[in-house]
Design a protein around this ligand. Sequence first.
Ligand SMILES: [Ca+2]
Ligand SMILES: [Ca+2]
Length: 146
Amino acid sequence: MKVLAFLVVFVGLTYGANHMCWSVDQISNEVVKLADKNKDGIIQQSELIDELLTDWNLDNGTCLSFHDFTRNWIDNFHDHHDTAHAFFNNLDLNNDKRLCLDDISVQLLKYDTNPTDGQIQPAEFNAFLHAVHPDSHQNGGRGHGC
Ligand SMILES: [Ca+2]
Ligand SMILES: [Ca+2]
């Protein structure tokens, strides 16, 4: 039994996974639900900033530390720590262990194509998440172990 537990942990650490077995699609839906405060089905940039400022403890109003990002991401979306870690690294383009609003906006804006309106439609966020989330290419977007 101990060996099995070890293997489960090891596989989780190696390949990443989600404690709730949420797929990348489910995580994407939950992010939109959480951020879309005015319930119009679209994430406005102001909503994204509000979400990160109010609830995720942005440092000086501009950047999230590695710890704050991963803690909030895991609390809200149930990824394993190593998955959240890998996700953070994918987003942290300049590798300074901080995730700043500019980093996030620049990457999200690439997916603002459907329509291009300065807002994030659910399909756009989904495309973004599939591009940057470590589980998107594993086990149908569920990571291993699900
Ligand atoms: Ca909205
Ligand atoms: Ca858009």
